[in-house]
Write a protein that binds this ligand. Structure first.
Ligand SMILES: O=C1O[C@H](COP(=O)(O)O)[C@@H](O)[C@H](O)[C@H]1O
Length: 236
């Protein structure tokens, strides 16, 4: 069975649905576990969901928020996914959640990856709910098409939760080429996943990715590994 694809008239409606989906998944997880994990993407898409989540009543003090991926820039940078999460999600009611950054003081993602494994692994076995995004090139997380490190990063066989990507030469990555990302194992075993995408052009990229190779359109790998546990939420 494959993912469900849900279309909404507005981005607000789509974000509202994604918020309810995530809140329900966390509530369910908290019924069975002392601590639930929520892994979130950065970029330009999930801000509305974060704003909504700050108003949701939940035992947030029992939730750990982590990142799906990070650009190796300081949290003061506009490009930092950590900054977005701190400003838009770790405030209001959801401000009580714990947070697992990816970025450390290390110069490169490669120098930090072993330490971040230790931090991420306990919360990725499995992740309770994950919020994915997708770029115009079909990347998800920091799985950039044909990037260096992609095969290891997308592996479902690995016992690692995080991996390093060098996205040099990938136009959508821009200057932010040194990346840390969840692995295929961490993403693919998630109990539930939302892929939130906006715009006609991303809808076309998503549809054509289903016929492409995972190396060329890495979102395909997330679709294949998550199957019916992935819900795609789209608005124009
Ligand atoms: O670089 C990234 O891009 C994707 C997509 O971002 P968007 O701005 O097109 O929504 C994002 O999901 C990922 O977390 C981010 O690091």
């Amino acid at each position: 069975m494959r993912h469900e694809f849900l279309s909404f008239e507005t981005r607000q409606d789509a974000s509202r649905y994604a918020t309810e989906f995530i809140a329900r998944a966390l509530e369910k997880a908290l019924e069975d576990e002392p601590v639930a994990s929520l892994m979130v993407s950065g970029g330009s898409t999930p801000g509305g969901v974060f704003d909504n989540l700050t108003e949701v009543d939940l035992a947030w003090e029992r939730v750990i928020v982590g990142l799906v991926d990070e650009r190796w820039v300081g949290p003061e940078s506009d490009a930092s996914n950590e900054r977005l999460v701190r400003e838009r999600l770790l405030t209001g009611k959801s401000g009580a959640a714990g947070f697992l950054p990816m970025k450390t003081e290390a110069q490169t993602a490669g120098q930090a990856v072993q330490k971040r494994q230790q931090a991420y692994l306990p919360h990725c076995s499995p992740v309770d709910v994950i919020l994915l995004g997708m770029g115009e090139d079909g990347h998800t997380a920091s799985w950039f098409p044909n990037s260096s490190g992609l095969e290891a990063a997308m592996s479902c066989e690995t016992d690692q939760a995080v991996a390093v990507i060098d996205a040099t030469g990938c136009p959508v990555a821009g200057d932010n080429t040194d990346r840390m990302t969840l692995t295929g194992a961490a993403v693919g075993k998630a109990k539930a996943a939302v892929l939130l995408i906006f715009g006609e052009s991303k809808k076309r990229v998503f549809e054509t990715s289903l016929e492409a190779s995972p190396q060329d359109r890495p979102i395909r790998h997330a679709v294949d590994t998550l199957g019916p546990r992935m819900t795609v939420i789209w608005a124009p």
